[in-house]
Design a protein around this ligand. Structure first.
Ligand SMILES: Nc1ncnc2c1ncn2[C@@H]1O[C@H](COP(=O)(O)OP(=O)(O)OP(=O)(O)O)[C@@H](O)[C@H]1O
Ligand SMILES: [Mg+2]
Length: 382
């Protein structure tokens, strides 16, 4: 993986496990954003606690790094229960799940990550476990085969998935609570960065967190990672404080662009624009063009581009919007402005700050650049 791919990677990097755990909120009150989900879970937890019952089974879906594992841990903490963590692909045989289920204590939380990747046989074992808190175990084979019903202690199952559409409907229907996590607003990411900076003991100046939030692709995991990179840069190349200027310099150096798009996002957009004249084009065609899997694009690339309005979905396929064209032009301009500092910053160039977004209308720059280009073209024509 190149360094740029690493810095914007949506999945946790191997060395990040420790620091992710350190930065993970432990209670609902510390969990920033996703207000609808948090409020609804707060009510469910309180109601279950008053009844003295385990919480209903919860299914959490959403793109990587938005806080599914974090919420699962919080559920267990709020219920004062233990959490037992496993993942769909690691439960290969029914016996693997059987062992875990029969060892659960009352009200324990069983967290199954990537639940859409559970093998069929294991999934079928889960149905009675979730519904009646029992499992049917088949003894012997052939004529002597018989099933024994093994009762389980009432537990809470929390499933997490990046692909809710891939869950079979019998499994989906057995969850009582369903929440989809969406990308975070600039304000929420700013709050997350400030919180993480105080845990890490990194001094942060006003505006520093906003500058990082703007490039974090709506994702807390990326926000925390960028914060750590900027903190290192501030310690080595500045006085240790994360100021907006230091953040911009550090992230420019890391190759993170001003909108927080990563290489795959940019390839996806340029494929639609360059190869298919802006669309509409089917996902499979884009996947073939950029040599990636349509599934990955649907799961981890498209949601964010839809969210920021760079792509729209229509019955005939995906289309790049005017915002995407403008965004890519800005990225190219931004790239050059690092080398030609006056580009985009001339008197007459307009900057509008809206929340965490900055809109640039480099009017004077465009005028000068187009005059220069026209002169050059006419010179070459002669
Ligand atoms: N709402 C939040 N408030 C504060 N920090 C958060 C929040 N959501 C996530 N984080 C931070 O982001 C990191 C990644 O979150 P988490 O591991 O829960 O993501 P995930 O959705 O489980 O991702 P994956 O799909 O890759 O498993 C956590 O370590 C945590 O520090
Ligand atoms: Mg997770």
């Amino acid at each position: 993986m190149t360094d740029e791919a690493r810095v914007m990677s949506r999945v946790a990097l191997p060395e990040e496990t420790q620091v992710e755990r350190q930065l993970r909120p432990q209670r609902l009150d510390e969990y920033v954003g996703q207000r609808a989900a948090v409020e609804s879970l707060r009510v469910s937890v309180e109601a279950a606690r008053r009844r003295g019952e385990p919480l209903d089974h919860v299914l959490l879906s959403g793109p990587p790094g938005l806080g599914k594992t974090t919420l699962a841990t919080i559920m267990a903490n709020e219920m004062q229960a233990n959490i037992i963590t496993t993942a769909g692909p690691s439960l290969e045989r029914g016996a693997d799940l059987m062992g875990i289920l029969t060892n659960l204590a009352e009200k324990d939380v069983l967290f199954i990550d990537e639940i859409h990747r559970l093998p069929r046989v294991v999934e079928e074992l889960l149905y009675p476990a979730m519904e009646d808190f029992s499992v049917n175990f088949v003894m012997d084979k052939g004529l002597n085969a018989r099933t024994i019903r093994i009762p389980l202690r009432p537990f809470t199952m929390v499933g997490a998935t990046t692909r809710p559409g891939m869950l079979s409907s019998p499994l989906r229907e057995r969850f009582g609570i369903f929440h989809h996590l969406d990308f975070y607003s600039g304000e929420d990411l700013t709050a997350i960065i400030n919180r993480s900076a105080s845990i890490l003991g990194a001094p942060i100046a006003p505006g520093g967190a906003e500058a990082i939030a703007r490039r974090a692709r709506g994702t807390p995991r990326i926000a925390n990672r960028l914060l750590r990179r900027v903190r290192d840069y501030a310690q080595v190349k500045a006085d240790g404080t994360v100021t907006p200027e230091v953040a911009v310099r550090a992230l420019d150096q890391e190759g993170v662009d001003e909108i927080g798009l990563d290489r795959l996002d940019r390839r996806f957009l340029t494929a639609i624009i360059e190869n298919y004249k802006g669309g509409p084009v089917g996902l499979d065609a884009i996947a073939a063009t950029i040599n990636d899997e349509a599934e990955t694009l649907a799961e981890v690339v498209e949601p964010f581009l839809l969210k920021i309005g760079y792509v729209v979905r229509s019955p005939t396929g995906r289309r790049a919007t005017a915002a995407a064209y403008a965004g890519l032009v800005l990225l190219v301009a931004g790239h050059f402005s690092g080398k030609v500092p006056w580009l985009g910053r001339l008197p007459g160039d307009i900057h509008i700050q809206r929340g965490s977004w900055t809109f640039y209308f480099p009017l004077a720059t465009c005028l000068i650049v187009s005059v220069v280009l026209t002169l050059l073209f006419s010179l070459f024509r002669r």
